[in-house]
Design a protein around this ligand. Structure first.
Ligand SMILES: [Fe+2]
Length: 240
C-alpha cells in the first residue's frame, strides 16, 4: 500500500515534531504494510515551507529510515492549499507534485464547505498541465458534497479521503456511500505525528471498504495501483 498524504517531514509544518517522531511514523507505516509514504507538508501562507528544500529533506529522511531499520520509502510531495496554488510557478508546482512526478497536485480545499473557487482552481491547474487530488472532502461536507465532487471528478480530479474516518462510527457510512457512488478514489492517512492524532495506517480503512461489495473489487487500485501511478506522474482514470 502507498500513503499519498502524510506530514512525515520532521520539524517543518504541523507534522512530525522531530526526527524521532518521523522515524516512529515510518515504523507505523511498516507495521501496517505501507511501502511508500508521500511527504506532503502544507504549502500554505501560515506555514513557512521552502519548496526548494523539500527534495533534500526527503533524501535525509530516507537515509534516517534506512539507518533505523524502517523499510518504507519517503516520496516528495506537498499539500497545496486552494488559496496558494495560483501563486506557485510551474516549477514550484512540479516540485510539490506527488512523487515529484510533475502531474498530480494534492489540493487542500479552503476551510468550510467546498465552493466554486475550488472548481476554478482545479480548472486553472489543468490548464497548466496538472491534475488535482482533492484532499479530505469529508472535512468539507455540506448537503451538496456529492454533486460538487462529481463536478470536480468530471473536471479530471480524483478524490482522497482520510483513512481514519473509515474507522469512525459516524463518518464511515457517509464515506462508504460516497465510495459506492464512485466518488472516492484514494485513501490516505494525513497523519501528523506518531504521538497523537491519526496514525500512519490504511488497513482499517481497507477493511471498512471491503464490506461494500461494489467497492471491494477496486481496493487494490485504490490503495496501491493508483497511488503508484500518481507518484510516477502518470495519467489515469478510475476503472469504476
Ligand atoms: Fe494534510
Amino acid at each position: 500500500m502507498i500513503d499519498l498524504h502524510c506530514h512525515v517531514l520532521p520539524a517543518l509544518d504541523d507534522g512530525a515534531l522531530d526526527l524521532e517522531d518521523a522515524i516512529a511514523m515510518g515504523a507505523q507505516a511498516d507495521a501496517d504494510g505501507i511501502t511508500a509514504v508521500c511527504a506532503t507538508p502544507h504549502i500554505r501562507h501560515d506555514h513557512d515551507v521552502v519548496i526548494g528544500e523539500l527534495g533534500g529533506r526527503v533524501a535525509e529522511l530516507n537515509d534516517a529510515f534506512s539507518a533505523h531499520g524502517v523499510s518504507a520509502r519517503v516520496a516528495t510531495g506537498g499539500e497545496v492549499a486552494e488559496t496558494a496554488a495560483d501563486a506557485l510557478s510551474d516549477h514550484e508546482l512540479r516540485q510539490v507534485s506527488l512523487g515529484g512526478g510533475g502531474r498530480w497536485i494534492l489540493l487542500e480545499p479552503a476551510p468550510g464547505a467546498l465552493g466554486d473557487r475550488l472548481d476554478g482552481c482545479v480548472e486553472r491547474l489543468a490548464a497548466r498541465g496538472f491534475r488535482s487530488v482533492i484532499a479530505h472532502p469529508e472535512r468539507h461536507a455540506a448537503a451538496d458534497l456529492a454533486p460538487r465532487l462529481r463536478r470536480l471528478v468530471d473536471a479530471g480530479a480524483l478524490v482522497q479521503v482520510t483513512a481514519a474516518m473509515l474507522e469512525h462510527e459516524h463518518a464511515a457510512p457517509v464515506i462508504v456511500d460516497l465510495a459506492e457512488r464512485r466518488l472516492v478514489h484514494l485513501v490516505a492517512s494525513d497523519a501528523h505525528s506518531s504521538r497523537g492524532g491519526r496514525p500512519v495506517r490504511l488497513s482499517g480503512a481497507v477493511e471498512a471498504l471491503r464490506e461494500s461489495p461494489s467497492v471491494r473489487p477496486h481496493l487494490d487500485w485504490i490503495v496501491s495501483e493508483a497511488p503508484a501511478a500518481i507518484l510516477r506522474g502518470e495519467d489515469l482514470e478510475p476503472p469504476f
